[in-house]
Every structure is written in structure tokens, then in C-alpha cells.
Design a protein around this ligand. Sequence first.
Ligand code: OKP
Ligand code: ZN
Length: 343
Amino acid sequence: MRVFFNSRHDAHEGNGEMHHGRLIPCFENSRRMAIIRDAVAHAVQAQLVDPIDHGMAPIAAIHDADYLAFLEKAWADWSAAGNKHDAFPYVWPTAGFSGGHPAHISARLGQYAISSDTPITAGTWKAAYWGAQTVVSAADAVWNDGEASFALTRPPGHHAHANRYGGYCFLNNSAIAAQQMITKGAKKVAILDVDYHHGNGTQDIFYVRADVLTVSIHADPKHQFPFFMGYENETGRLDGQGANLNIPLPGGSNFDRWGLGFAKAMQKIVTWQPDALVIALGVDAHEAETLCDFKLQTDDFNRVGQMIGRLGLKTVFVMEGGYAHDVIGLNVAAVLGGYLDEA
Ligand code: OKP
Ligand code: ZN
């Protein structure tokens, strides 16, 4: 399988994140990539491909211009204000505030952030920009010849909105991949998000559109990030009515439970008849993931890949979450191997 690899991913390396009231090493770190790359090398005979630079157009097709201008210059503004450590927001324009859109970098961090778990560093823009180029290159390849590809990149993307970052995400890679295939001629694209967390950014980006189906299977937001989104009654609006499906599951779900949700997701995609499929491939639903509380096993990921393969669709896999170093490689390889066995 072609594996488009973001070799600039390590330009983004946060020094830490707040976790239960103290600063700990970032879950979302650069070691993840080498582990997954090495695991898939043998398992799916990975042909590593360097992304081509497609410029800003595919990114601007998803994200707002003011947000991109902020993100590109955030570190420069932050360091010009005298700061040396990673940039974090500390105040937000929440309900009841009039706004005012002040230019101060701390105000802008709060304006554009959904959460406080996501450091911006000197190399964040570079890593995120090349991550987007990685998924655009992967999407082009799949659309051109129908062969599946895997975009192996970090930071992840599915929590990023058109104008918001957070949940370790800056640019919504899965959304950019879907839009790229539409730009190239696809009429309908489905995005299936199997990450443990709800794909809030992806949902929001396509919420009023009829041409992109968004489906997410995730931990019930009542007890898990992103908390304020991801509920079952969010089904799309206007032209997008019926083109969003959320499948929240209780904590502790094993494959008996998760698989039922997955079957529902598969059914929706089959009925909807997309021209292409993007898999937002988070593997953090595995039982060894400490940030999460689902109980999937590596074999279960293999079954997931097989079932995706049997759909017979043009498929782009986009790396999202998965943090347990001892199993993420195995789990990604299990999905991709299962896919190749059945596609
Ligand atoms: C990103 B992806 C705890 C903060 C937790 C939210 C989880 C983001 C997961 N210190 N941050 O969906 O795997
Ligand atoms: Zn996740």
C-alpha cells in the first residue's frame, strides 16, 4: 500500500499538556510516527511516498482565511510578545462576552481555540501544512487510480473546525482529503471516523452540505472530550440534513458493543452510495490506550479493516489519534492489512 508520509511532522513537538491539573509530556508526540511507519512497512509492504506541495488552495477550501492567517503567524506573534515556551490560550470569548476581537495574541489564541490541551510551537504551522499536503497527495492518488492509500501524518485533524484548533488538531486532514476528491470530480464522499473521540471539526465543516456524509463512532460526549458535541440528535442541517450520523457509545465498550455501532455506520454508508471514502483512522479505542476507555483488541481492528475493504470503495486512510506506543503500530497495521485482505 502507498503510504504518504509527512516527514516534517516532527517540526511540531509540544513540551507538555495540562492533564488533571499538572503539566505532563504530550500524548500526541513525534515518536508515534516512526512506530507506525515501521509497523506498516512489513505488514502492508508500505511504499513510502513524499507528499507533493499543492500550496494553500486545498487547505483554504476547508479553512477560513482569517484562521489560516492566525495559525501561520501565531508563533511569531507569541514570541514577539516575549514568550519562550509553547503558546496556550487562557481566556475565551464565551457566551455573555461582547467580543471585540482584540489583536493581542492571547486574545487570538482564545478566539481560535476550542480547548487548552494543544500547544502551538515554532514548527506547528510547518508540520500541519505538510500534513495537509500529505493527505491531498494521498487523496489525489486514490482518486486517480482507485488504489487505497494511507496518509501517515501528525498532528491529527478531526477536532479542527473551519476556524478553530484544539484536541491536538490544527488543520482538518480528513476534511481536506474529502474536499480534494470532490474538487477532482467526486460527487459524494463519505468520511467514517473510528477514532475514540468524536470528530467534531469534521462534522461542523460539512454540517450543512449534502455532498459529504460524516459518520463518527465515539465515546459518549457526556463523559468524554469534546463534551459539547457528538450527540445522536445531531443529524445535519439544511442541505446537510441526514448527512451526519453520530454513534456515541458508553465507556468500557468492547467489540461486541462497538461492532454494533460499526455495523450501523457501514449500513449508512452503503445506503448513501458515495464515490469515495475517507477513514479518519484513530486507533485509540484499543484497550491499552490510557487516555480512553474502550476495550478493542488488535484483532478487532483487523476485522474493521476487512469490513471497510468489503465496501469496495475508493478509500483514503488518514491518521488521527492513537497514543499507546506499544500497540499503535500493530493496530494501524491490523486495519490496513485487513483492508487489503478483503478489498
Ligand atoms: C485527539 B484525538 C487531557 C486533554 C485531552 C482531548 C483529547 C484529544 C484527542 N490532558 N485532550 O481525537 O485522538
Ligand atoms: Zn482520539
